[in-house]
Design a protein. Structure first.
Length: 279
């Protein structure tokens, strides 16, 4: 058995032996989705360091916990804190939550992140449904020998972000009175923020927002044929002609202001998951 597959199966078996049963979907609780964890009817909970082979989230505002329970009438695996390439992890480690969720039966992945706003029409605190991405990460989770048990050698990303899930999100946002933008997400390595010239370049090539995650997880989803959707909380303005020094505490405060609206969107989407996947 491939070493990658053996590791994933050992993690999945560990969780199943400790009470994880049906899994309808996974949620990556990135920056801006802390409020959602409090709404889950938690059946089981682990710190990442309790789970074999799992990396430990080193970013101080990522909790590093896995929650299993019910939300919106569905069984969810909620990854409270993600793994980033800039933390020194391999891409295989970065996408472990997505792959483990799929092995446990998850039918969809819902992803959140904090991102810088490149589009001048998007404001701070706005939510943006990612319609497509530009992957500028220096590595790819599919590089190396293909793991045939996960998917084909050359997966197609023509529709990496599930149209039905995106359509449902926009409809739910309208019903809830929440402004939900749509745009292209540029995924970069980080951990530094970009230079004015880099922001200008990203805007020229078509990006509406920029962040340091998400694309690897979405690529892994596409490889496994797992529908996914992603939302960015736009936390800082990246206008190269009007830049100001970034204060991380202000980014976190902006994300927190939006987490209620984001959590309501995700919770309702989960409750309508079957219909959305059928669109």
């Amino acid at each position: 058995m491939n070493d990658v597959m053996e590791t994933l199966k050992e993690v999945a078996e560990y969780l199943q032996e400790r009470g994880v049963g049906q899994v309808d979907c996974g949620v990556i609780l990135g920056t801006g989705l802390g409020d959602l964890a409090s709404k889950i009817e938690v059946e089981k909970e682990w710190s990442y360091n309790q789970i074999p082979h799992l990396p430990v989230a080193t970013v101080e505002f990522h909790f590093g916990r896995l929650l299993y329970g019910k939300l919106g009438g569905k069984w969810v695996l909620a990854w409270q804190g993600r793994f980033h390439y800039y933390e020194g992890y391999t891409m295989e480690q970065v996408v472990m939550p997505v792959r483990i969720t799929r092995l446990l039966g998850g039918r969809a992945m819902l992803i959140s992140n904090a991102a810088g706003a490149l589009n001048p029409e998007h404001g701070l605190g706005d939510l943006m449904c990612i319609e497509d991405h530009i992957n500028l990460q220096p590595d790819n989770p599919l590089r190396g020998a293909n793991v045939d048990e996960l998917g084909n050698r050359f997966p197609d990303l023509y529709s990496a972000y599930h149209p039905g899930l995106r359509k449902a999100l926009h409809r739910i946002a309208e019903q809830q009175g929440t402004t939900l933008r749509s745009g292209i997400y540029a995924s970069v390595a980080g951990p530094h923020l970009e230079t004015p010239a880099e922001y200008r370049y990203l805007r020229i090539i078509g990006a509406d927002a920029v962040g340091m995650s998400t694309a690897p997880e979405v690529i892994a989803c596409a490889h496994m044929g797992m529908p996914c959707v992603a939302i960015s909380v736009l936390t800082d303005a990246c206008d190269p002609d009007r830049l100001a020094p970034v204060v991380i505490e202000e980014i976190l405060a902006t994300a927190k202001q939006s987490e209620g609206a984001l959590s309501r969107l995700i919770e309702q989407l989960i409750s309508e998951l079957d219909a959305a996947l059928g669109d």
